[in-house]
Design a protein around this ligand. Sequence first.
Ligand code: APR
Length: 228
Amino acid sequence: MKVVVLTGAGISAESGVPTFRDADGLWEGHRVEDVATPEAYDAQPMVVHRFYDARRTALAAVEPNPAHLALARLEEHLGDDLLLVTQNIDDLHERGGSTRVLHMHGELRSALCRACRSRVPWTEDLGDFPPCPRCGVAELRPDVVWFGEVPYGMDEIQDALAEADLFVSIGTSGAVYPAAGFVQYAGRNGARTLELNLVPSEGTHLFDEARHGPAGQLVPAWADELLR
Ligand code: APR
């Protein structure tokens, strides 16, 4: 059984990480174009650094929840037959025990050097313009895929979706492409599709089945069902 799981901010909500489009969401406090576009970074790098430095620091205060742990258990049983794709830039999947996580929108705990294009593990602030560990130039930016940039791992994701028997979307609003289109691509290639989300997402009608409720309850129950 080949499974592709896509997660979004909703899987981390019960860990205390704000989502983007819920009432008290991250974008509420910011205009996307002010903190999540290459143009914003060129125009006001410090505003962008402060936004991501704060989110990177906040990682220390949150813990994985039962949904993250359930996906790690799934990986233990399915191995390479599971591809976990996340839109999230937090490290809660890894801290929950998942070892193969494809961060299609990048990661807070990584920095991208604009001089040598290296992606380097990073846990400190970037707002003081530290030198790149690889080339020494002080051109490190958040290793986050901003609006208008190309997500990571699209070839691997497409290949996995084409082969999948099951595609499960967890905690995402279906508001942002290309992730929002994965359900249709998987379905067209013969996969069964399931949505696990607090409320019906924008694309809920595209799924064979949809279950609504907190990921911390739905995901462990679904994983138990799959592993039975
Ligand atoms: N359990 C399950 N789902 C939840 C929970 C929860 N406890 N809390 C919220 N949700 C759902 C919401 O109903 C919503 O559908 O999670 C979804 C979160 O949607 P968004 O805030 O839009 O986050 P996401 O879908 O991950 O955004 C996708 O957009 O802003 C960009 O790059 C950013 O990766 C992000 C992308």
